[in-house]
Design a protein around this ligand. Structure first.
Ligand SMILES: *Cc1c(COP(=O)(O)O)cnc(C)c1O
Length: 358
């Protein structure tokens, strides 16, 4: 069976090696006579998986002992609420940078919990972009500053993170572990796994431990970061199988090398942007300096042509290129596991499509 080139934004392509490893040990994990899916989350097989997933994350992000690594459920969308519930105290203000659809959702949830200052707003600008760090009008004494490192839908990405006194919080759902960065500048990072880390069902949270102590004791137990820090994400049953796949993905990233993967990601995106910029037929939708290396977005001269493009590409095994339903257009997601040959195939298809329809 042939594998297609899967450009989906999430759930998204996983490294073939990881899928094959999971397949090999699916019914008998490490000679235990059972699948890791069937194993107790307190047993020795799963414990080793859990510990490697934590340690791998620590290594890849260069985390000090000041940070805890958590595997939670409810997706990044639950973090939109958990962050303010835990970090935004009475009478405090949280600063949010609005960069588009996902940042807007984070802002909407935070406003249900407490006072929000939208420190910069380019959420509706076309062409799309993220705020420049110097545009942020930050609140003195803010509880935290929230950014969305990569807007998955519009295809705009922060290339340089803001300096701020308040703890920096980032939704990194669609670009975590796609590039090296200084994690010690962040108070909290969260990411739904189904873009760049693994299957849906697990949310990675990296939190500076002192921030976990901020929440009120009246907050329900499961919604408190403190609970999960103290229990190493084993207060209740964690999403074991998703964490296991994430552990294998972490192994794969360490083997490939984060720097090498980053260079590969930049090259893949640059090749596609060059094809978009080559003529007038295709038009990139993000401001050049903010173009995402993960989600490349562009338009064709008409919606009719866009529809035909998606249909014909799909027939050639180039799947998942339709833009998000809220914005239309085309989107190619080029996460870590997406192979460079897939970009070459897409570029060749684009040139051919333009010749026939331009
Ligand atoms: C996909 C995505 C989300 C939502 O993630 P869920 O896990 O579906 O809740 C939030 N933020 C960003 C940047 C995303 O790409």
């Amino acid at each position: 069976m042939a594998r297609v080139y899967n450009f989906s934004a999430g759930p998204a392509v996983l490294p073939l090696e990881v899928l094959e490893e999971a397949q090999r040990e699916l019914t008998d994990f490490g000679g235990s006579g059972m699948s890791i899916m069937e194993a107790s989350h307190r047993g020795k097989e799963y414990s080793a998986v859990h510990e490697e997933a934590v340690a791998g994350t620590r290594e890849l992000l260069g985390l000090s002992d000041d940070y805890a690594v958590l595997f939670l459920q409810g997706g990044a969308s639950t973090q939109f609420a958990m962050v303010p519930m835990n970090l935004l105290g009475d009478g405090q203000t949280a600063d949010y940078a609005n960069s588009g659809a996902w940042a807007s959702k984070a802002i909407k949830e935070a406003k249900l919990i407490g006072r929000v200052n939208v420190a910069a707003d380019c959420g509706k600008e076309i062409p799309t972009r993220v705020p420049r760090p110097d545009e942020l009008r930050l609140t003195p004494g803010a509880a935290y500053v929230h950014i969305t490192s990569n807007e998955t839908i519009s295809g705009a990405q922060w290339k340089r993170f803001p300096e701020c006194e308040a703890p920096l919080v980032a939704d990194m759902s669609s670009d975590i572990l796609s590039r090296p960065f200084d994690a010690s500048r962040f108070g909290l990072i969260y990411a739904g796994a189904q873009k760049n880390l693994g299957p849906a069902g697990m949310t990675l949270v990296v939190i500076r431990k002192d921030l976990a102590g901020r929440a009120s004791e009246r907050l329900p137990t499961m919604l408190r970061y403190k609970t999960h820090v103290e229990e190493n994400s084993l207060y209740n049953t964690p999403p074991c199988f998703a964490i296991y796949i994430y552990m294998l993905v972490g192994r794969w990233i360490r083997k490939m090398g984060l720097d090498a993967l980053y260079r590969r990601n930049v090259d893949k995106a640059a090749k596609l942007y060059a094809a978009i910029d080559a003529g007038k037929f295709y038009r990139g939708t993000a401001v050049r300096e903010c173009r995402s290396d993960m989600n490349v977005t562009w338009r064709l001269p008409s919606e009719e042509l866009e529809e035909r493009f998606v249909k014909e590409a799909s027939k050639q095994g180039l799947k998942g290129l339709k833009g998000h339903r809220s914005v239309g257009g085309l989107r190619a997601s080029l996460y870590n596991a997406f192979p460079p040959e897939g970009v070459d195939a897409l570029v060749a298809f684009m040139q051919d499509f333009e010749r026939r329809n331009g």
